[in-house]
Design a protein around this ligand. Structure first.
Ligand code: DLL
Length: 433
């Protein structure tokens, strides 16, 4: 279902005119209300009228997570606090969280974007939406919740955790759409299997999974185990929360709702904009937000963009599945490694289960990457030779994909910690990292 055909299928040129107009208006507002941006614009002699086309966006300064931290907690808000009706927060890399604010208009915009997202995932007002993202400062729970209500779904505000109860409600209330992190979806699927609940006993048709990187392999596993069609949803608190982009039924990239957030891909080293198809750092400019309209916000997420029109009829550009973050990219003996690449490999291996952890150590002067992966319990009752064979097979597949040697350690089922929210995949034990 296309929730808002007028805006989602708008002629691209018409949308570009709208974007330029909105960008100019946002710059004017920031200049008037936010000292940080006033100074940045003064430094480059920028007046709102100078913005005449989308190309001019490239001359605007970037905003980073450090800028948010330096102006903690409210310094970048473009409206007085009395107009702010809600705050959320995401964990910062050090100490203080990043605090973001919303006016009533922003909350309304968010619900609209989320209704678009749910529509992309095949949702309609007839659906029963179980929201199993955490409720609270994290944007996942309330974001999906308000979007579901806007769509007209029957919303079950479960929040995350208590997996058996999740399954009971899912079965009893006839949940048709499940929204949670992909790693929690796997946990739910595993628990269903343990309890002997088959996909046929559930009415699930669709899943809206995001907030952390995941792979095609995870998609397949979750789709099979839960009997649903899994859709990737992306977003970040600084820009909105969930609902910045979402996969449609074509599952060929996530539609970025660029009438509100203009995406760019840049080379993280030089800051130069990259052409369609080339991977780089995602950058967003908010052109409709009232409280926190960030300009060229550097997400540190690595992706690609395409402006080719999708078969679903939406004319928004599409971003590729997030490949990792510029800051959780591991550099192992000089080679860039993203945890998502490893996940992709593991899920292509029959004996491997979709639960893994990466441990990085320094032995002498050498970085060592150990991949711990769960395998079926039966394997442990086999011969040692069989276990070694599987280890070698995984190490070889990883070597082919990454170009480095990794240590593989097979562990028994349910040894690695299960996730109810964002999974923590990497344990970096190197000093100074
Ligand atoms: O994770 C918002 C969200 C909630 C998105 C629910 C989707 C569903 P933050 O906590 O601020 O906001 O974290 C944002 O999470 O910069 C990415 O690194 C990562 N991320 C979000 N969605 C995806 C995704 C929410 N689909 C950070 N794939 C982002 C990979 C994702 N990574």
């Amino acid at each position: 279902m296309i929730w808002d055909p007028y805006n989602e299928c708008m002629d691209v040129e018409q949308r570009a005119r709208l974007q330029v107009w909105r960008l100019r208006e946002t710059v004017a507002r920031l200049k008037a209300n936010v000292p940080f941006y006033r100074e940045r614009f003064r430094d480059i002699d920028l007046e709102p009228e100078d913005i005449r086309s989308l190309e001019d966006l490239e001359h605007l300064p970037f905003t980073t997570k450090d800028d948010l931290r330096d102006n903690y907690p409210y310094g970048l808000f473009a409206v007085p606090l009395e107009e702010v009706v809600r705050v959320h927060a995401s964990s910062g890399t050090t100490g203080k969280p990043t605090v973001v604010g919303y006016t009533a208009e922003d909350i309304d915009l968010w619900a609209e974007c989320m209704a678009r997202s749910i529509g992309c995932a095949g949702g309609t007002p007839h659906d029963i939406l179980q929201v199993s993202y955490g409720y609270g400062l994290f944007t996942g729970g309330l974001g999906l919740h308000f979007g579901g209500e806007r769509m007209g779904c029957t919303v079950i505000p479960m929040s995350s955790g208590n997996t058996e109860r999740q399954l009971m409600m899912m079965r009893d209330l006839g949940t048709t759409i499940l929204a949670c992190t992909p790693s929690y979806a796997l946990t739910i699927a595993d628990t269903a299997r343990d309890l002997g609940i088959s996909a046929d006993e559930l009415k699930l048709k669709s899943g809206i999974f995001g907030a952390e990187p995941w792979s095609e392999g995870s998609r397949k596993a979750v789709e099979e185990m839960l009997g649903l069609s899994a859709h990737d949803i992306y977003g970040l608190s600084e820009v909105l929360g969930p609902g910045v982009s979402n996969e449609c039924e074509a599952k060929n990239g996530l539609h970025v709702f660029d009438d509100h957030f203009i995406p760019e891909i840049i080379d993280p080293a030089t800051g130069k904009r990259l052409p369609d198809g080339e991977p780089g750092e995602l950058v967003f400019t908010c052109i409709t937000k009232r409280c926190l309209p960030l300009i060229r916000y550097r997400t540190r997420d690595v992706s690609t963009l395409t402006h080719e029109i999708c078969s679903c009829g939406r004319t928004h550009p599409r971003m590729g599945r997030i490949r990792g973050r510029t800051d959780d990219m591991l550099i192992i003996r000089g080679v860039n490694v993203f945890p998502s690449q490893i996940e992709h490999v593991l899920l292509g291996i029959e004996e491997a289960q979709p639960h893994y952890q990466l441990v990085v150590r320094r032995e002498g002067r050498l970085d060592v990457l150990e991949v711990q992966v769960e395998v079926a319990g039966e394997l442990f009752s086999d011969t040692v030779r069989r276990l070694e064979e599987v280890e070698r097979k995984i190490a070889h597949a990883l070597y082919t994909a990454l170009g480095i040697t990794v240590q593989v350690k097979l562990v028994e089922p349910k040894t690695l910690a299960r996730s109810e929210g964002k999974a923590k995949r990497v344990l970096d034990l190197r000093e100074g990292v």
